[in-house]
Design a protein around this ligand. Structure first.
Ligand SMILES: *Cc1c(COP(=O)(O)O)cnc(C)c1O
Length: 396
């Protein structure tokens, strides 16, 4: 590895050179099952022919023009995103943190427009919203923040999945303008609220009562990951603002901040911008991604396969001492152990399966939405014994 790369990642000693579907090949010709999908990015798997053809043709035609001009592909993607989400307007950027930055700026401007000079946003413990200064300040993880103080102010933190805590803030602070929350926390440990529907509906109700914006960070949970286009669609509420990225471009960087109703009118000319955001190449990748998810029925598939994988791991690991639980929302799957298990990432890699461990104790699986049943079986066949062996060798 080059000595000229900054030390920001603990990289595994493997270099992938080719991918197809749910499989990756390294430079020595070894083949791996990908149950991480570039951290929820490669929903269509690798080298999906529709995507490859569309972005190749787009690259040959036109890669980039400035947002000073009309961009047809960007307009089409905005229309499609609003059609499937029920939102009204979209701002395009290049990543999840940028989508959240847009949301945070939008909420502050919304506050200022209402005469609130020091607007505050409620955020959650164990949340992850990104690594820019504002989004790491919104993130509920001291490790992400430490060393970067002074943090951006204007965030009030409450426990996740606790409506009472949010109501309590309402009693004591008159500067709140919004709640920013992941419907299911990803980096924080695949945390699914105990009654996810009730939680989101409760947050919606509190926002309505106080004129706050409900802002959902669906950067990880969106684009089919949980078995609906967006995780909030498991309920009958809608957010005022929603951020997207990861799966949206299938690996071509694109992020989006969507807004609805009054929130959709907050940004006016000159208030926000992005040089690359929604350029013809990225927007084409987004459009094709949504088309393929629709045509291949991947929403339903993600729901069914996710539950199958969860149940298969539960069946295999049920009585294993050290297993806390297996939980999922579609193909966001967490296997929580009672002890740190980061070394499982390397062990799985040696067994030719790509996984992730988050918050040290949760094995996180984010398979591509196109993973099939026999691949899922292979995942369970390889990983369950590794976890069992790990738990039997290591005492807590
Ligand atoms: C990954 C992630 C982000 C940050 O996205 P980047 O593209 O890395 O900036 C923000 N929010 C959530 C929920 C994420 O999972």
């Amino acid at each position: 590895m080059s000595q000229h790369l900054m030390n920001t990642y603990a990289r595994q000693a493997v270099t992938f050179v080719k991918g197809e579907g749910a499989w990756l090949w390294d430079d020595l010709g070894n083949c791996y099952l990908d149950a991480l999908a570039g951290v929820a990015v490669n929903g269509l798997g690798h080298s999906h022919s529709r995507l490859v053809q569309a972005i190749s043709a787009q690259a040959a035609r036109l890669i980039h023009v400035s947002n000073n001009y009309q961009i047809a592909e960007q307009s089409q993607l905005a229309d499609k995103l609003c059609e499937i989400s029920g939102m009204d307007k979209v701002f395009f950027c290049n990543s999840g943190c940028e989508a959240n930055e847009a949301a945070i700026k939008l909420a502050r401007l919304y506050g200022h427009n209402k005469g609130i000079d020091m607007p505050e946003i409620i955020v959650m413990e164990h949340a992850f919203h990104g690594r820019t200064l504002a989004t790491l300040s919104a993130t509920g993880n001291r490790k992400v923040q430490s060393g970067f103080e002074p943090l951006v102010s204007g965030f009030i933190r409450v426990p996740f999945d606790d409506l009472e805590a949010v109501r309590n803030v309402a009693l004591h602070s008159s500067n709140v303008v919004a709640i920013l929350v992941e419907p299911i926390q990803g980096e924080g440990g695949v945390n699914v609220p105990k009654d996810a529907k009730n939680y989101l509906q409760g947050l919606r109700q509190i926002c309505d009562e106080h004129g706050w914006l409900l802002m959902l960070d669906e950067v990880q949970s969106g684009i089919g990951r949980t078995g609906t286009w967006f995780a909030f669609q498991h309920t009958d509420i809608k957010p005022d603002v929603m951020s997207l990225a990861k799966g949206l471009g299938s690996g071509v960087p694109i992020g989006a901040c969507l807004a609805r109703g009054e929130a959709a009118e907050v940004f006016t000319y000159g208030k926000h911008g992005s040089t690359f955001g929604g350029n013809p190449l990225a927007a084409t990748a987004g459009l094709v991604t949504l088309q393929v998810i629709e045509e291949e029925n991947l929403l339903e598939h993600a729901e069914v396969l996710g539950c199958w994988i969860r149940d298969a791991f539960l069946a295999e690991l049920q009585n294993t001492p050290g297993l806390i639980t297996v939980r999922n929302a579609g193909l966001m799957i967490g296997i929580e152990l009672d002890r740190p298990c980061t070394e499982l990432v390397k062990q799985a890699l040696e067994a030719k399966v790509l996984i992730n461990v988050t918050v040290e104790k949760v094995v996180r699986l984010l398979p591509p939405l196109i993973m099939n049943q026999s691949e899922a079986q292979h995942l369970v066949d390889v990983l369950a014994p590794l976890i069992k062996q790990f738990l039997s060798l290591k005492t807590s």
